[in-house]
Write a protein that binds this ligand. Sequence first.
Ligand code: F6R
Length: 608
Amino acid sequence: MCGIVGFTGKSNAAPFLLDGLSRLEYRGYDSAGIALLNNGEIKTEKTVGRIKSLIDKTENGKTVDGFLGIGHTRWATHGAPSVENAHPHTSTNGKFAVVHNGIIENYLSIKEKLKSEGVIFSSQTDTEVIPHLLNKYYDGDLALTVKKVIDLLEGSFALGIICSDYPDTLVAAKKFSPLIVGISKECNIIASDVTAIASTTKDIIYLEDGEFAILTPNSADFFGNDGKKIDKEISKITWDVSASEKGGFDHFMMKEIFEQPNAVKQTLSGRIKSGEVVFEGFNLTAEKVKNIKRIVIIACGSAYHAGIVGKYVIEDMTRIPCEVDLASEFRYRNPIIDENTLTIVISQSGETADTLAALNEAKRLGSHTVSIVNVVGSSIAKASDDVIYTLAGPEIAVATTKGYSTQIAVMYLFSAWLSKKLGSLSDEEIAAFLENVKALPQKIEETLKQNEFLSEIAKNQINTNSLFFIGRNIDYAVSLEASLKLKEISYIHSEAYSAGELKHGTISLIEEGKTVIALACFERLSDKLLSNIKEVKARGAYVITCTTNGNDTFNQESNEMIYVPDVDRRLIASVEVIPFQIYSYYVSLHKGCDIDKPRNLAKSVTVE
Ligand code: F6R
C-alpha cells in the first residue's frame, strides 16, 4: 500500500519523483504529493486522485524546483483521501517534510502528548506525528534526531525525510515496510519498490528493519539498529525496465496475462533435472521431510486460491494431509502447529502484512517455513527458512494473473519434490508428471488464442449484477480465482460455489437469466457436474461451461462453451484459469472500469 520515492542529485528532483510515483501508482492511488527543497525552503504540492492530477498541477514538475525531494502516492488508512491527509506531511514551522508507508500504531498517544504541548495538527493521519516529533527533538544533528524519533515509533514504516537545514540530504528509514536505496553517479534515490528505481540505476541496496540511511548526491551512509555506521552490499536489478512498462498492450493486466507462458517457463527453468525437481540451497532436508505429518498453506486472496490448488495436488501426490488457511484468520486463531508441521506461505509481493505475521507465528511454534514469493529480497522471503521464487517478473496490474500462474507452477514442482523425498510416487510417475509440467507454457500459449471469442461473450455480461461460478475439485479451486478476478475488476458481484453445495441453500438465488459459469474439466466428475448444471438450467440459468477440447458432455445444457487444452488433470488450473482472466478483463473493459487500478484496491496490502 502506498508508494514512496526520494531523490538527492545534481539535477531537478521533480522528473524522477513524478516518474517514480507514476510507476508506483499501482500500490495506492487515492492522492499524491511531493515536497522539494529550494533556497532553504520546503515546498509541497498535493492533489487528490491519480498522479496525473499532480503532474498537471505542477506542469509536469516545472513549477517545483529543487535538487532534493520526496514523493508519495497514497492508499488511505488513517483519514479519508484528501489534500490535508495526502503526504508529504510537514512540521508546523516547515523545517521537516516526511513521506511514510506503513502504520504508526502508537500515533494516538504521541499525538495527544504533542497536542498538550501546543502542536497543531492539520491532518487525520498517523504519519503527521513524525515531522512534529522530528521538529521537537531536533538539535542540529539530523542523523541523531532521526534515530531518536524512529525509536519512539511502534508499528511499521518506510520513511523518506528532508530537512530545510540540510539542502542536499535525504534520509531513509525502514521497519517492517520495504525500502530500497538506488545508487548512481548522478543521484542517490529511494523507493518502496524497485520498479520506481530501475529506469535510473540498476545498483540497489535493501534496507533492513531498524536501519536508516543518510544520502547526499555524492555519499550514502548506512546506520544499524544501534545507530552505528554499517557497510551494506550493493545488489543488481536483473530485469529490464521494459518489464515494468506496457509494451504495446492497453493495460498491464493484458500484458501480464500474455506474459504467462514465459513467466511459467522462467519459474520452471533449471528446476527440473533428469526427471526430478531440484531446489538449490534448500534447508528442508530429506530427514525433516520424513517427519512431516501435516502441511499448512497460508496466504491471502489469489495467493490463497493458489494454495487451494496446491492442497489438491500435494494431497494427491504425497498423501500428507494439507490445510489451507487465510493468513488473517490463522494469525489470531491459536493455530495447532508444531515441528512436524510444514508451513508454506504464498505471496506475490512478499510484503502482505497478514501473511508475514502468520509466517512468523508458524516459525515461533516450531514449524519449518517455506515461502513462495515473487519479489526478491522481500520481507516474507527473508523471514522464511526456505524460499522458492516464482520469477514472474514485476507484476503491476493490481489484479494478479502471472503471479497466480507461477505460484501454482511452484506448487506442482514442490509436490513432485516432496513425492520424491517421501517415495510416495515412483520415479517414473514423477518424471511423467514433470514432463507434463514442462509442457504447460505451450498449453497456456494455446489457451491465450481464444482472446477475441472471450471478448464477444463478455459483452453479454455488462449489465449483469450478480453471477455464480461452480466447480468440483480443482475446478472448484479455479472457480474461486475466476470469481475473484471478475468481481475485483468489473465490480460484478460473483460467488464461487462448490457445485455440489449449491442445492444446500444458495440455489434459491437462481432465477430466469441468472448466469452460472460451470468449470467442468475434471471428467471423473463430469456426470456429477452435469447434474448440477441441469439443476440450475431447470431454474432458468444462463449457463457458460468450460471444459477440455473434445469433450461434448455439456454442449446440450450450455448456452456458451469455452474450451481449454487437455492436460494432466492435476495441472488443469494452469490452463483453466486463463479464459477467466481474459473474460474478466473484457467484462471490465466493456463496462469502462479502470482495469489496472480497480477502485478501493492496492497491489500490496502491507496493513492488517
Ligand atoms: C487479487 C490479488 C490479491 C492478492 C492478495 C495477496 O487479484 O492480487 O488477492 O493475491 O492481496 O497478495 P500477495 O500475493 O502479494 O501476498
